[in-house]
Design a binder for this molecule. Structure first.
Ligand code: NAP
Length: 310
């Protein structure tokens, strides 16, 4: 029987996703009718981005699952009309993009690149940067993306640690979890990479008290979510000379307003939520596999825990 899949995302995404999705369904031998709109009761699966026009899921009475195109689900998880299973995106293209962005920014700070980029002043400054094996990088949020980034940095010989909610094991990366682990992890984080989801528990975790536990001149790199950081506390710690610098890709308000103090702060680099994005060719395969699983009665991949919120 034909499976009706509705693609609910921005129009320009349809142009990117239509062909890869059709191919991925065909590759799995699925008979799918893919459209941007059906009568809601006809929809079997919703391929979904939270910035689409769909915000009331109640008319989709026969929908078997909502398949989110984004890794972050904070804009949909609290939707009271959503009573279907929700999956989030774990995609090798998304992970690779995040690995490249995080590694680039870690290396920038580790090598002290700014000193040379901004210092072409005729002065011959001695002193090579330390080896990566002597640099502690802590990944706060040791999930799909955090683990991928941690392993890439580990392969470059950085001393990597990962912090998560539940205990984790890893052959070469030290792991911390829970509140006690948070203090320990902060204490060694010369470079902190924030890859936590936005939930009530993670809100403003990186505040004055947390920054005070970090080593002097520590670096914050945040591609996770803007809500993780108390913005005023971050600026205060940078201004007081405790934290060294921050690169921020995500913000409480996006686009970041033109008059936001982050833009002009000398110790903050703003990037416009470009750390990584879902790639249509690889993401389409994940979506198709979940439709196949749904139809075969197998467990879906990457199901969101609605209680935990990620
Ligand atoms: P994930 O696989 O769900 O991993 C989340 C990690 O955070 C898990 O290790 C989880 O611990 C940990 N965590 C959650 N709440 C915690 C808490 N209260 N205390 C301690 N640890 C906690 O998510 P992901 O796919 O890696 O994505 C992470 C985030 O990256 C997304 O939520 C999104 O916000 C962001 N993102 C940003 C971009 C961008 O372009 N800037 C792109 C994609 C994603 P457990 O493993 O123990 O549950």
């Amino acid at each position: 029987m034909t499976i009706n899949v509705q693609f609910s995302a921005l129009t320009e995404r349809w142009d990117q996703y239509e062909a890869p999705l059709r191919k991925a369904f065909e590759d799995l031998g699925l008979d799918v009718d893919l459209r941007i709109e059906f009568p809601p009761e006809k929809v079997d699966y919703l391929v979904y981005a939270p910035n689409s026009s769909v915000s009331d899921f109640r008319p989709y009475v026969n929908c078997k699952a909502v398949l989110n195109l984004w890794a972050g689900v904070d804009q949909v998880v609290g939707n009271p009309t959503l009573d279907k299973p929700l999956t989030r995106m774990v995609d090798c293209g998304l992970s690779q993009g995040m690995i490249e962005w995080v590694t680039g920014h870690v290396l920038r700070y580790h090598l002290g690149m700014d000193k040379y980029l901004n210092g072409q002043d005729g002065n011959w400054r001695l002193g090579a940067p330390p080896m990566s094996r002597d640099r502690n990088v802590v990944i706060f949020g040791f999930g799909a993306l955090g683990r991928a980034c941690g392993e890439a940095l580990n392969a470059l010989d950085f001393k990597v640690s990962g912090w998560s909610n539940s205990p984790k094991e890893h052959d070469t990366i030290s792991t911390f979890h829970g509140q006690d682990g948070f203090a320990e992890a902060l204490g060694i984080a010369e470079i902190a990479v924030l890859l936590l989801p936005s939930t009530p528990d993670t809100a403003s975790m990186f505040n004055a008290a947390a920054f005070a536990k970090m080593p002097k001149d520590a670096i914050i790199i945040n591609p996770g979510r803007g809500t993780l950081i108390n913005d005023a506390d971050l600026i205060a710690s940078l201004d007081a000379g405790h934290l060294g610098h921050a690169t921020l890709d995500v913000f409480r308000v996006e686009p970041l307003p033109a008059d936001d103090p982050f833009w002009s702060h000398p110790k903050i680099t703003v990037t416009p939520h470009i750390a990584s994005e879902t790639r249509a060719s690889t993401a389409a395969e994940v979506i198709a596999e979940n439709v196949r699983r749904g139809e075969a009665g197998e467990p879906l991949l990457h199901v969101v825990d609605m209680q935990k919120g990620y």
